[in-house]
Design a protein around this ligand. Structure first.
Ligand code: MF3
Ligand code: CO
Length: 249
């Protein structure tokens, strides 16, 4: 069941989203070779506490951390840990901010030191694919238009789109209907209407899109060990077009 949001509810989510965007900017400054993902996780908890917000992922379905921190071949749901990030690594930090009951969900892939040209292209294509998906988030379009825009661009660039994890509706809880696939056919699927709030969060791999899950039951990594990147925004469907809620002014 799709739960439509009022203008006021969307504004509340946007307040959470602004804090989230500011947090990602701080993380980008903080990250350098030698830092651990657990230190980033701790930084996020403190940063949010100072803003009067909380990390919604902590405890959600038993997930133990404020952030997901997925390094190199990890696709998503990486557990923050004590390993030191190295020059040339990439790390996707994903979090959901709760501000007075308004939620916002956003992931960025951050770079550690100097990364290879292929990795730079992976990050650029992943981010651009998200924006191509967002550009299709128009009243009257269908979910398949979003998925097709992402998949066709990513595959033209020679990368692959992860199938096992998707975008989603978001509201009072992190995951609501609908499921937002990052692949698909134009003109197919649910029709988009004003007041829907969804995430678009393509995970893009250098090699195969297939994944395996670690023994912790959470962390997904690429089957071939090649790298994976992700960008995610939360956005509202409005009659004036997509309104990204997880950006700063
Ligand atoms: N932010 C993730 C998403 O985009 C949610 C992770 S679920 C958690 O859907 F349990 F790991 F928190
Ligand atoms: Co999400």
């Amino acid at each position: 069941m799709i739960i439509f949001k009022t203008k006021q509810e969307i504004e509340k989510m946007q307040e959470a989203g602004k804090i989230l965007a500011a947090c990602h900017k701080e993380i980008a400054k903080l990250i350098q070779p030698g830092i651990t993902t657990l230190a980033i996780d701790k930084f996020v908890e403190d940063f949010l506490a100072k803003k009067g917000a909380t990390a919604e992922q902590k405890g959600y379905l038993g997930y133990p951390f404020a952030t997901c921190a997925s390094v190199n071949d990890e696709i998503c749901h990486g557990f923050p840990n004590e390993n030191r990030l190295k020059d040339g690594d990439i790390v996707t930090v994903d979090m959901v901010v709760n501000l007075a009951g308004g939620l916002a969900d956003s992931a960025w892939t951050h770079t550690v030191g100097n990364i290879s040209n292929e990795n730079k292209r992976l990050l650029e294509v992943t981010k651009e694919s998200m924006y191509k998906g967002i550009a299709q988030a128009l009243v009257g379009n269908r979910l398949g238009d979003i998925g097709y825009a992402i998949q066709s661009y990513v595959e033209e660039e020679g990368f692959s789109v992860v199938r096992d994890f998707t975008g989603h509706g978001i509201g009072k809880t992190i995951h609501e209907d609908p499921t937002v696939l990052h692949y698909g056919k134009p003109g197919k699927g649910l029709r988009l209407r004003e007041g829907m709030v969804i995430t678009i969060e393509p995970m893009v791999n250098v090699g195969t899109w297939r994944c395996k899950i670690d023994k912790n039951g959470w962390t997904a990594r690429t089957l071939d060990g090649k790298r994976s990147a992700q960008y995610e925004h939360t956005l509202a469907i409005t009659k004036d077009g997509p309104l990204i809620l997880t950006e700063q002014d």
